[in-house]
Write a protein that binds this ligand. Sequence first.
Ligand code: ATP
Ligand code: MG
Length: 543
Amino acid sequence: MPPTPDTRPPLSPFQEKLRIYLRAGYPLLYIVTAEEDRAIELIRAMLTDGELSKRKPYVWSVSRGLCDADMRAIDRKVADPKRILPFLLEQADPGVFILEDFHFFLDEKSPTAPLLIRQLRDLVAPFKAARKTLILLSSVLKLPLELEKDLTVMDLDMPNEAELAAVLDDTVEQVKDNPKVEVNLDGSGREKVVKALSGLTRSEAENALAKVVVTRSRLDPEDVGLLLAEKEQIIRKSGMLEFYATPERFGSIGGLDLLKGWLRQRGKAFSESARAFGLPNPHGLLLVGVPGCGKSLSAKAVSAEWQMPLLKFDLGKVFGSLVGQSEENMRRALKMAEAVAPCVLWIDEIEKGLSGTRGQTGDSGTSTRVFGTLLTWMEENEKPVFTIATANDIEGLPPELLRKGRFDDIFFIDLPSPQERANILAIHLTKHHRDYREFDLPAHVATTEGFSGAEIEQAVVSALYRAFAEGEEAKLENRHLTGAIGESVPLSRSMGSRIAFLRQEAGEKWRRASSQGEPTQVKDAVLAEPPPVAKKPKRVFEV
Ligand SMILES: Nc1ncnc2c1ncn2[C@@H]1O[C@H](COP(=O)(O)OP(=O)(O)OP(=O)(O)O)[C@@H](O)[C@H]1O
Ligand SMILES: [Mg+2]
Protein backbone atom coordinates (compact mmCIF):
# COMPACT_ATOMS: atom_id res chain seq x y z
CA MET A 1 0.00 0.00 0.00
CA PRO A 2 1.46 3.41 -0.88
CA PRO A 3 2.25 5.54 2.16
CA THR A 4 -0.34 8.23 2.90
CA PRO A 5 1.08 11.64 2.14
CA ASP A 6 1.95 13.74 5.17
CA THR A 7 -0.33 16.77 5.09
CA ARG A 8 0.87 18.26 8.34
CA PRO A 9 2.31 21.76 8.02
CA PRO A 10 6.08 21.93 8.40
CA LEU A 11 7.34 22.67 11.90
CA SER A 12 7.85 26.33 12.74
CA PRO A 13 11.27 27.47 14.04
CA PHE A 14 9.76 27.53 17.54
CA GLN A 15 8.59 23.94 17.19
CA GLU A 16 11.94 22.85 15.77
CA LYS A 17 13.78 24.35 18.71
CA LEU A 18 11.37 22.88 21.23
CA ARG A 19 11.64 19.49 19.58
CA ILE A 20 15.38 19.54 20.10
CA TYR A 21 14.98 20.44 23.77
CA LEU A 22 12.47 17.66 24.30
CA ARG A 23 14.55 15.07 22.51
CA ALA A 24 17.61 16.15 24.43
CA GLY A 25 15.68 15.58 27.68
CA TYR A 26 15.52 19.13 29.03
CA PRO A 27 13.46 18.85 32.21
CA LEU A 28 12.39 22.48 32.75
CA LEU A 29 11.48 25.06 30.11
CA TYR A 30 10.00 28.53 30.41
CA ILE A 31 8.12 29.86 27.40
CA VAL A 32 7.41 33.58 27.29
CA THR A 33 4.40 34.56 25.20
CA ALA A 34 1.26 36.62 25.29
CA GLU A 35 -0.34 33.96 23.06
CA GLU A 36 -0.95 31.09 25.44
CA ASP A 37 -3.48 29.26 23.29
CA ARG A 38 -1.28 29.40 20.26
CA ALA A 39 1.72 28.12 22.19
CA ILE A 40 -0.29 25.18 23.52
CA GLU A 41 -1.61 24.39 20.05
CA LEU A 42 1.88 24.42 18.56
CA ILE A 43 3.21 22.16 21.30
CA ARG A 44 0.32 19.77 20.85
CA ALA A 45 0.75 19.67 17.10
CA MET A 46 4.42 18.94 17.49
CA LEU A 47 3.76 16.04 19.81
CA THR A 48 1.86 14.17 17.11
CA ASP A 49 5.10 13.74 15.22
CA GLY A 50 7.38 10.65 15.18
CA GLU A 51 9.28 9.71 18.35
CA LEU A 52 7.72 12.52 20.31
CA SER A 53 4.21 11.21 19.80
CA LYS A 54 4.79 8.92 22.79
CA ARG A 55 4.72 11.99 25.00
CA LYS A 56 1.31 13.19 25.99
CA PRO A 57 0.61 16.87 26.57
CA TYR A 58 -1.08 18.04 29.78
CA VAL A 59 -2.11 21.56 30.73
CA TRP A 60 -2.41 22.82 34.27
CA SER A 61 -3.94 26.05 35.51
CA VAL A 62 -5.05 27.18 38.91
CA SER A 63 -8.62 27.54 37.63
CA ARG A 64 -9.00 24.15 35.90
CA GLY A 65 -6.52 21.88 37.59
CA LEU A 66 -4.80 19.31 35.38
CA CYS A 67 -6.33 18.64 31.93
CA ASP A 68 -5.43 16.25 29.14
CA ALA A 69 -4.81 17.11 25.49
CA ASP A 70 -8.53 17.60 24.86
CA MET A 71 -8.76 19.90 27.85
CA ARG A 72 -10.74 17.37 29.85
CA ALA A 73 -10.08 17.76 33.57
CA ILE A 74 -8.09 14.83 34.93
CA ASP A 75 -7.79 15.95 38.49
CA ARG A 76 -9.21 19.10 39.99
CA LYS A 77 -7.67 18.49 43.39
CA VAL A 78 -4.25 19.35 42.04
CA ALA A 79 -5.38 22.83 41.09
CA ASP A 80 -3.64 23.70 44.34
CA PRO A 81 -0.16 24.81 43.23
CA LYS A 82 1.41 23.06 46.20
CA ARG A 83 0.03 19.72 45.08
CA ILE A 84 0.66 19.72 41.38
CA LEU A 85 4.43 19.23 41.34
CA PRO A 86 4.51 16.18 43.68
CA PHE A 87 1.62 14.77 41.62
CA LEU A 88 3.58 15.15 38.36
CA LEU A 89 6.63 13.60 39.94
CA GLU A 90 4.64 10.43 40.50
CA GLN A 91 3.35 10.14 36.93
CA ALA A 92 5.02 7.21 35.24
CA ASP A 93 4.34 8.08 31.58
CA PRO A 94 6.61 10.37 29.63
CA GLY A 95 4.70 13.59 29.26
CA VAL A 96 4.93 17.28 28.57
CA PHE A 97 3.31 19.22 31.39
CA ILE A 98 2.41 22.81 30.63
CA LEU A 99 1.80 25.04 33.65
CA GLU A 100 0.01 28.32 33.00
CA ASP A 101 0.80 31.40 35.10
CA PHE A 102 2.88 29.47 37.60
CA HIS A 103 5.21 32.44 37.96
CA PHE A 104 2.74 34.11 40.36
CA PHE A 105 3.44 31.43 42.93
CA LEU A 106 7.19 31.65 42.49
CA ASP A 107 7.30 35.37 43.18
CA GLU A 108 9.47 36.20 46.14
CA LYS A 109 6.50 37.91 47.79
CA SER A 110 4.39 34.78 47.53
CA PRO A 111 4.37 32.58 50.67
CA THR A 112 4.38 29.51 48.43
CA ALA A 113 7.66 30.43 46.70
CA PRO A 114 10.22 28.63 48.92
CA LEU A 115 8.31 25.34 48.80
CA LEU A 116 7.58 25.50 45.07
CA ILE A 117 11.10 26.48 44.10
CA ARG A 118 12.41 23.52 46.08
CA GLN A 119 9.84 21.19 44.53
CA LEU A 120 10.81 22.38 41.06
CA ARG A 121 14.48 21.74 41.73
CA ASP A 122 13.62 18.29 43.06
CA LEU A 123 11.93 17.52 39.75
CA VAL A 124 14.99 18.11 37.62
CA ALA A 125 16.82 14.80 38.01
CA PRO A 126 13.77 12.46 37.99
CA PHE A 127 12.25 14.27 34.99
CA LYS A 128 15.48 13.90 33.04
CA ALA A 129 15.49 10.19 33.72
CA ALA A 130 11.83 9.68 32.86
CA ARG A 131 11.72 11.73 29.63
CA LYS A 132 9.29 14.15 31.19
CA THR A 133 9.34 17.91 30.61
CA LEU A 134 7.73 20.67 32.56
CA ILE A 135 6.96 23.88 30.70
CA LEU A 136 6.14 27.10 32.52
CA LEU A 137 4.04 29.22 30.19
CA SER A 138 3.70 32.87 30.96
CA SER A 139 3.34 36.26 29.36
CA VAL A 140 6.16 37.67 31.45
CA LEU A 141 9.60 36.38 32.20
CA LYS A 142 9.83 36.25 35.95
CA LEU A 143 12.38 33.83 37.12
CA PRO A 144 13.58 33.24 40.68
CA LEU A 145 17.38 33.41 40.76
CA GLU A 146 17.54 29.94 42.29
CA LEU A 147 16.03 28.42 39.15
CA GLU A 148 18.07 30.25 36.56
CA LYS A 149 20.50 27.39 36.11
CA ASP A 150 17.86 24.69 35.83
CA LEU A 151 15.48 26.44 33.48
CA THR A 152 15.77 27.13 29.78
CA VAL A 153 13.91 30.16 28.49
CA MET A 154 12.31 30.23 25.04
CA ASP A 155 10.28 32.79 23.14
CA LEU A 156 7.35 32.03 20.94
CA ASP A 157 7.92 33.62 17.52
CA MET A 158 5.27 35.83 16.04
CA PRO A 159 2.94 33.90 13.68
CA ASN A 160 4.58 33.15 10.34
CA GLU A 161 2.93 33.63 6.96
CA ALA A 162 1.39 30.17 6.92
CA GLU A 163 -0.27 30.76 10.28
CA LEU A 164 -1.53 34.18 9.23
CA ALA A 165 -2.86 32.70 6.01
CA ALA A 166 -4.77 30.20 8.14
CA VAL A 167 -6.26 33.10 10.15
CA LEU A 168 -7.35 34.71 6.89
CA ASP A 169 -8.85 31.44 5.66
CA ASP A 170 -10.79 31.11 8.91
CA THR A 171 -12.20 34.59 8.53
CA VAL A 172 -13.16 33.93 4.89
CA GLU A 173 -14.81 30.68 5.97
CA GLN A 174 -16.85 32.53 8.58
CA VAL A 175 -18.16 35.20 6.21
CA LYS A 176 -18.47 33.29 2.95
CA ASP A 177 -22.16 32.51 3.34
CA ASN A 178 -23.03 35.98 4.47
CA PRO A 179 -24.60 37.79 1.49
CA LYS A 180 -23.70 41.17 2.96
CA VAL A 181 -19.98 40.48 2.79
CA GLU A 182 -18.09 40.37 -0.48
CA VAL A 183 -14.86 38.38 -0.65
CA ASN A 184 -12.49 39.31 -3.47
CA LEU A 185 -9.24 37.54 -2.93
CA ASP A 186 -7.22 35.91 -5.66
CA GLY A 187 -3.75 34.48 -5.06
CA SER A 188 -1.86 37.76 -5.11
CA GLY A 189 -4.57 39.59 -3.17
CA ARG A 190 -4.36 36.94 -0.49
CA GLU A 191 -0.61 37.30 -0.33
CA LYS A 192 -0.93 41.08 0.08
CA VAL A 193 -3.37 40.72 2.94
CA VAL A 194 -1.20 38.12 4.67
CA LYS A 195 1.89 40.36 4.32
CA ALA A 196 -0.04 43.27 5.80
CA LEU A 197 -0.85 41.12 8.83
CA SER A 198 2.77 40.23 9.55
CA GLY A 199 3.93 41.52 12.91
CA LEU A 200 0.61 40.86 14.62
CA THR A 201 -0.27 38.10 17.02
CA ARG A 202 -2.93 35.67 15.90
CA SER A 203 -5.69 37.34 17.87
CA GLU A 204 -4.59 40.79 16.74
CA ALA A 205 -4.71 39.57 13.14
CA GLU A 206 -8.20 38.12 13.71
CA ASN A 207 -9.37 41.42 15.21
CA ALA A 208 -7.86 43.49 12.41
CA LEU A 209 -9.58 41.34 9.76
CA ALA A 210 -12.86 41.47 11.67
CA LYS A 211 -12.65 45.24 11.75
CA VAL A 212 -12.17 45.37 7.98
CA VAL A 213 -15.17 43.12 7.42
CA VAL A 214 -17.33 45.23 9.71
CA THR A 215 -16.32 48.62 8.32
CA ARG A 216 -16.07 47.77 4.62
CA SER A 217 -18.43 44.78 4.34
CA ARG A 218 -15.84 43.05 2.23
CA LEU A 219 -12.43 41.45 2.15
CA ASP A 220 -10.43 42.81 -0.70
CA PRO A 221 -6.77 43.66 -1.36
CA GLU A 222 -7.98 47.27 -1.61
CA ASP A 223 -8.45 47.11 2.14
CA VAL A 224 -4.79 46.50 2.83
CA GLY A 225 -4.44 50.19 3.73
CA LEU A 226 -6.94 49.74 6.54
CA LEU A 227 -5.08 46.70 7.80
CA LEU A 228 -1.78 48.57 7.75
CA ALA A 229 -3.36 51.45 9.68
CA GLU A 230 -4.65 48.95 12.20
CA LYS A 231 -1.21 47.39 12.48
CA GLU A 232 0.35 50.79 12.93
CA GLN A 233 -2.08 51.37 15.79
CA ILE A 234 -1.29 48.08 17.45
CA ILE A 235 2.44 48.62 17.17
CA ARG A 236 2.04 52.14 18.51
CA LYS A 237 -0.06 50.86 21.39
CA SER A 238 2.87 48.71 22.45
CA GLY A 239 4.41 52.08 23.24
CA MET A 240 7.92 51.11 22.26
CA LEU A 241 7.91 51.21 18.49
CA GLU A 242 6.56 53.85 16.24
CA PHE A 243 6.26 53.95 12.48
CA TYR A 244 8.02 57.13 11.63
CA ALA A 245 7.10 58.87 8.41
CA THR A 246 9.75 61.20 7.06
CA PRO A 247 10.32 63.08 3.81
CA GLU A 248 14.10 63.21 4.35
CA ARG A 249 16.35 61.74 1.66
CA PHE A 250 20.11 61.81 1.20
CA GLY A 251 19.57 65.05 -0.71
CA SER A 252 18.42 66.65 2.58
CA ILE A 253 21.82 65.99 4.14
CA GLY A 254 24.61 68.42 3.44
CA GLY A 255 28.02 66.73 3.27
CA LEU A 256 28.73 63.40 5.02
CA ASP A 257 29.90 61.97 1.70
CA LEU A 258 31.66 58.92 3.17
CA LEU A 259 28.64 57.95 5.25
CA LYS A 260 26.30 58.34 2.28
CA GLY A 261 28.65 56.28 0.11
CA TRP A 262 28.75 53.51 2.71
CA LEU A 263 24.97 53.52 3.02
CA ARG A 264 24.47 53.44 -0.74
CA GLN A 265 26.73 50.42 -0.95
CA ARG A 266 25.02 48.58 1.90
CA GLY A 267 21.53 49.44 0.68
CA LYS A 268 22.10 47.14 -2.28
CA ALA A 269 22.97 44.25 0.00
CA PHE A 270 19.38 43.51 1.04
CA SER A 271 18.50 42.01 -2.32
CA GLU A 272 18.08 38.36 -3.25
CA SER A 273 21.00 38.70 -5.64
CA ALA A 274 23.20 39.82 -2.72
CA ARG A 275 22.18 36.65 -0.86
CA ALA A 276 23.03 34.58 -3.91
CA PHE A 277 26.39 36.35 -4.05
CA GLY A 278 27.03 35.14 -0.51
CA LEU A 279 26.56 38.42 1.32
CA PRO A 280 24.85 38.53 4.71
CA ASN A 281 22.15 41.12 5.44
CA PRO A 282 23.68 44.35 6.69
CA HIS A 283 23.25 44.50 10.47
CA GLY A 284 23.44 48.05 11.59
CA LEU A 285 25.28 51.23 12.14
CA LEU A 286 26.19 53.41 15.10
CA LEU A 287 26.44 57.13 14.52
CA VAL A 288 28.36 59.06 17.13
CA GLY A 289 28.92 62.76 16.94
CA VAL A 290 28.65 66.39 17.77
CA PRO A 291 25.06 67.39 18.62
CA GLY A 292 23.04 68.77 15.74
CA CYS A 293 25.29 67.53 12.95
CA GLY A 294 22.88 65.15 11.28
CA LYS A 295 22.86 61.84 13.16
CA SER A 296 19.10 61.63 13.51
CA LEU A 297 18.67 63.15 10.08
CA SER A 298 20.84 60.43 8.52
CA ALA A 299 18.88 57.70 10.29
CA LYS A 300 15.66 59.08 8.87
CA ALA A 301 17.07 59.49 5.37
CA VAL A 302 18.28 55.88 5.21
CA SER A 303 14.78 54.50 5.45
CA ALA A 304 13.41 56.65 2.66
CA GLU A 305 16.47 56.05 0.52
CA TRP A 306 16.24 52.28 0.96
CA GLN A 307 12.45 52.36 0.77
CA MET A 308 12.06 50.52 4.01
CA PRO A 309 9.73 51.51 6.82
CA LEU A 310 11.38 53.31 9.71
CA LEU A 311 10.55 52.01 13.16
CA LYS A 312 11.62 54.31 15.95
CA PHE A 313 12.43 52.32 19.03
CA ASP A 314 12.02 54.10 22.36
CA LEU A 315 14.32 52.23 24.73
CA GLY A 316 13.06 54.22 27.70
CA LYS A 317 9.58 52.74 27.25
CA VAL A 318 10.93 49.22 27.40
CA PHE A 319 11.41 49.53 31.11
CA GLY A 320 7.97 48.60 32.37
CA SER A 321 6.72 48.95 35.88
CA LEU A 322 6.51 45.24 36.57
CA VAL A 323 9.60 43.24 37.32
CA GLY A 324 10.36 41.02 34.39
CA GLN A 325 8.17 43.05 32.09
CA SER A 326 11.11 44.98 30.67
CA GLU A 327 12.68 41.89 29.20
CA GLU A 328 9.40 40.81 27.73
CA ASN A 329 8.95 44.30 26.30
CA MET A 330 12.35 44.16 24.67
CA ARG A 331 11.67 40.73 23.18
CA ARG A 332 8.28 41.79 21.92
CA ALA A 333 9.64 44.96 20.31
CA LEU A 334 12.41 43.03 18.58
CA LYS A 335 10.00 40.35 17.40
CA MET A 336 7.73 43.03 15.99
CA ALA A 337 10.63 44.61 14.15
CA GLU A 338 11.53 41.19 12.74
CA ALA A 339 7.98 40.66 11.63
CA VAL A 340 7.86 44.02 9.87
CA ALA A 341 11.24 43.32 8.16
CA PRO A 342 12.68 44.51 5.88
CA CYS A 343 12.82 47.66 7.96
CA VAL A 344 15.13 50.15 9.61
CA LEU A 345 15.08 50.05 13.41
CA TRP A 346 16.13 53.41 14.73
CA ILE A 347 17.36 53.74 18.31
CA ASP A 348 17.94 57.43 18.88
CA GLU A 349 20.25 58.51 21.69
CA ILE A 350 20.99 54.95 22.70
CA GLU A 351 23.22 56.02 25.58
CA LYS A 352 20.22 57.53 27.37
CA GLY A 353 18.21 54.34 27.08
CA LEU A 354 21.12 52.34 28.40
CA SER A 355 22.12 54.58 31.27
CA GLY A 356 20.88 52.02 33.79
CA THR A 357 23.33 49.40 32.60
CA ARG A 358 26.28 51.25 34.05
CA GLY A 359 24.97 51.37 37.56
CA GLN A 360 23.64 54.91 37.44
CA THR A 361 20.22 53.76 38.55
CA GLY A 362 19.25 51.34 41.26
CA ASP A 363 17.89 48.87 38.74
CA SER A 364 21.06 47.97 36.93
CA GLY A 365 20.34 44.21 37.09
CA THR A 366 17.24 44.48 34.93
CA SER A 367 18.78 47.07 32.62
CA THR A 368 21.84 44.90 32.06
CA ARG A 369 19.69 41.89 31.22
CA VAL A 370 17.48 43.90 28.88
CA PHE A 371 20.52 45.37 27.22
CA GLY A 372 21.98 41.87 26.93
CA THR A 373 18.85 40.76 25.10
CA LEU A 374 19.32 43.60 22.63
CA LEU A 375 23.01 42.84 22.08
CA THR A 376 22.42 39.14 21.52
CA TRP A 377 19.65 39.89 19.11
CA MET A 378 21.79 42.36 17.19
CA GLU A 379 24.36 39.68 16.64
CA GLU A 380 22.08 36.75 15.95
CA ASN A 381 19.22 38.32 14.07
CA GLU A 382 19.07 37.04 10.52
CA LYS A 383 16.06 39.01 9.35
CA PRO A 384 16.63 42.11 7.24
CA VAL A 385 16.31 44.57 10.12
CA PHE A 386 18.91 47.29 9.89
CA THR A 387 19.56 48.82 13.31
CA ILE A 388 20.72 52.38 13.26
CA ALA A 389 21.64 53.84 16.62
CA THR A 390 22.78 57.34 17.43
CA ALA A 391 24.73 58.66 20.41
CA ASN A 392 26.23 61.92 21.65
CA ASP A 393 27.81 60.91 24.87
CA ILE A 394 30.50 58.39 24.09
CA GLU A 395 31.37 58.01 27.75
CA GLY A 396 27.90 56.65 28.35
CA LEU A 397 28.36 53.85 25.82
CA PRO A 398 29.04 50.43 27.26
CA PRO A 399 32.07 48.77 25.64
CA GLU A 400 30.03 45.66 24.75
CA LEU A 401 28.03 47.78 22.36
CA LEU A 402 31.11 48.82 20.47
CA ARG A 403 32.49 45.32 19.99
CA LYS A 404 32.90 44.14 16.41
CA GLY A 405 29.96 42.14 15.16
CA ARG A 406 27.36 44.26 16.87
CA PHE A 407 27.32 47.06 14.33
CA ASP A 408 28.76 46.75 10.84
CA ASP A 409 30.50 50.05 11.46
CA ILE A 410 30.71 53.08 13.71
CA PHE A 411 30.86 56.52 12.15
CA PHE A 412 31.84 59.78 13.74
CA ILE A 413 29.94 62.84 12.50
CA ASP A 414 31.98 65.97 13.08
CA LEU A 415 31.15 69.66 12.71
CA PRO A 416 30.65 70.46 9.03
CA SER A 417 33.59 71.60 6.91
CA PRO A 418 33.30 74.89 4.96
CA GLN A 419 32.09 73.02 1.88
CA GLU A 420 29.55 71.16 3.94
CA ARG A 421 28.32 74.37 5.54
CA ALA A 422 27.74 75.77 2.05
CA ASN A 423 25.68 72.72 1.18
CA ILE A 424 23.71 72.87 4.41
CA LEU A 425 22.94 76.54 3.91
CA ALA A 426 21.80 75.87 0.37
CA ILE A 427 19.61 72.98 1.51
CA HIS A 428 17.85 75.00 4.18
CA LEU A 429 17.40 78.06 1.99
CA THR A 430 15.81 75.80 -0.61
CA LYS A 431 13.62 74.15 2.02
CA HIS A 432 12.29 77.59 2.80
CA HIS A 433 11.59 78.32 -0.87
CA ARG A 434 14.54 80.62 -1.47
CA ASP A 435 17.07 80.43 -4.32
CA TYR A 436 20.45 79.86 -2.66
CA ARG A 437 22.25 81.29 -5.69
CA GLU A 438 21.00 84.72 -4.70
CA PHE A 439 22.99 84.65 -1.46
CA ASP A 440 26.62 85.21 -0.68
CA LEU A 441 27.33 81.70 0.52
CA PRO A 442 31.12 82.14 0.88
CA ALA A 443 30.61 85.05 3.32
CA HIS A 444 28.12 83.08 5.42
CA VAL A 445 30.30 80.01 5.36
CA ALA A 446 33.14 82.08 6.82
CA THR A 447 31.02 83.41 9.67
CA THR A 448 29.47 80.05 10.54
CA GLU A 449 32.76 78.42 11.49
CA GLY A 450 32.06 76.02 14.37
CA PHE A 451 28.31 75.88 13.64
CA SER A 452 26.50 72.57 13.51
CA GLY A 453 23.97 71.80 10.78
CA ALA A 454 21.15 72.41 13.26
CA GLU A 455 22.60 75.80 14.15
CA ILE A 456 22.90 76.76 10.49
CA GLU A 457 19.26 75.76 10.02
CA GLN A 458 18.31 77.86 13.05
CA ALA A 459 20.18 80.83 11.60
CA VAL A 460 18.23 80.53 8.33
CA VAL A 461 14.95 80.39 10.26
CA SER A 462 15.76 83.39 12.43
CA ALA A 463 16.89 85.32 9.34
CA LEU A 464 13.44 84.61 7.89
CA TYR A 465 11.84 86.01 11.06
CA ARG A 466 13.97 89.11 10.78
CA ALA A 467 12.92 89.65 7.19
CA PHE A 468 9.26 88.97 7.90
CA ALA A 469 9.31 91.52 10.73
CA GLU A 470 10.07 94.15 8.11
CA GLY A 471 6.83 93.45 6.31
CA GLU A 472 5.17 90.58 4.48
CA GLU A 473 6.55 91.73 1.16
CA ALA A 474 10.13 91.94 2.48
CA LYS A 475 12.75 89.86 0.72
CA LEU A 476 15.16 87.63 2.57
CA GLU A 477 18.56 89.21 2.08
CA ASN A 478 22.16 88.57 3.00
CA ARG A 479 22.00 91.13 5.81
CA HIS A 480 19.26 89.14 7.55
CA LEU A 481 21.41 86.04 7.44
CA THR A 482 24.50 87.94 8.59
CA GLY A 483 22.53 89.39 11.52
CA ALA A 484 21.06 86.03 12.54
CA ILE A 485 24.44 84.29 12.33
CA GLY A 486 26.14 87.02 14.30
CA GLU A 487 23.59 86.67 17.06
CA SER A 488 23.94 82.95 17.63
CA VAL A 489 26.57 81.30 19.78
CA PRO A 490 27.26 77.78 18.61
CA LEU A 491 27.53 74.91 21.07
CA SER A 492 31.13 74.38 19.99
CA ARG A 493 31.84 77.74 21.63
CA SER A 494 29.46 77.67 24.58
CA MET A 495 30.41 74.11 25.49
CA GLY A 496 33.84 74.26 23.90
CA SER A 497 35.74 71.83 26.10
CA ARG A 498 33.12 69.06 25.96
CA ILE A 499 32.77 69.28 22.23
CA ALA A 500 36.54 69.42 21.78
CA PHE A 501 36.90 66.30 23.94
CA LEU A 502 34.27 64.46 21.91
CA ARG A 503 35.84 65.49 18.62
CA GLN A 504 39.23 64.32 19.70
CA GLU A 505 38.21 61.04 21.34
CA ALA A 506 35.64 59.92 18.82
CA GLY A 507 37.39 61.41 15.82
CA GLU A 508 40.43 59.23 16.44
CA LYS A 509 38.58 56.03 17.17
CA TRP A 510 35.90 55.84 14.55
CA ARG A 511 35.40 56.15 10.90
CA ARG A 512 34.82 59.66 9.67
CA ALA A 513 31.50 60.40 8.02
CA SER A 514 32.94 62.97 5.68
CA SER A 515 36.14 63.15 3.69
CA GLN A 516 36.87 66.62 5.08
CA GLY A 517 39.61 67.20 2.54
CA GLU A 518 41.39 70.50 2.18
CA PRO A 519 38.91 73.35 2.73
CA THR A 520 37.38 73.81 -0.66
CA GLN A 521 37.28 77.14 -2.32
CA VAL A 522 33.75 77.86 -1.40
CA LYS A 523 33.18 80.25 -4.23
CA ASP A 524 33.28 77.36 -6.63
CA ALA A 525 31.15 75.20 -4.41
CA VAL A 526 29.15 72.83 -6.53
CA LEU A 527 26.36 71.16 -4.69
CA ALA A 528 26.93 67.46 -4.79
CA GLU A 529 23.23 66.78 -5.03
CA PRO A 530 20.34 69.02 -5.93
CA PRO A 531 18.70 70.12 -2.69
CA PRO A 532 15.27 68.64 -2.18
CA VAL A 533 12.12 70.66 -2.53
CA ALA A 534 10.20 70.70 0.72
CA LYS A 535 7.11 68.59 0.48
CA LYS A 536 4.46 67.25 2.76
CA PRO A 537 5.57 64.14 4.66
CA LYS A 538 4.09 61.12 3.04
CA ARG A 539 3.42 57.79 4.58
CA VAL A 540 6.53 55.67 4.12
CA PHE A 541 5.43 52.26 4.87
CA GLU A 542 4.11 49.88 2.33
CA VAL A 543 4.69 46.31 3.27
N1 ATP B 1 24.40 67.73 7.54
C1 ATP B 1 23.22 68.34 7.59
N2 ATP B 1 22.59 68.70 6.46
C2 ATP B 1 21.40 69.32 6.48
N3 ATP B 1 20.76 69.62 7.60
C3 ATP B 1 21.33 69.30 8.76
C4 ATP B 1 22.58 68.62 8.82
N4 ATP B 1 22.89 68.40 10.11
C5 ATP B 1 21.87 68.89 10.83
N5 ATP B 1 20.93 69.43 10.04
C6 ATP B 1 19.67 70.07 10.45
O1 ATP B 1 19.61 70.05 11.84
C7 ATP B 1 18.53 69.29 12.32
C8 ATP B 1 18.95 68.51 13.51
O2 ATP B 1 19.89 67.53 13.15
P1 ATP B 1 19.88 66.09 13.76
O3 ATP B 1 18.63 65.91 14.54
O4 ATP B 1 20.15 65.10 12.71
O5 ATP B 1 21.11 66.22 14.73
P2 ATP B 1 21.72 65.11 15.68
O6 ATP B 1 23.10 64.87 15.21
O7 ATP B 1 20.82 63.95 15.76
O8 ATP B 1 21.76 65.92 17.01
P3 ATP B 1 21.52 65.43 18.52
O9 ATP B 1 22.80 64.83 18.95
O10 ATP B 1 21.26 66.72 19.24
O11 ATP B 1 20.38 64.51 18.51
C9 ATP B 1 18.15 68.39 11.16
O12 ATP B 1 16.80 68.07 11.19
C10 ATP B 1 18.49 69.26 9.96
O13 ATP B 1 17.43 70.12 9.67
MG1 MG C 1 19.51 63.33 17.27
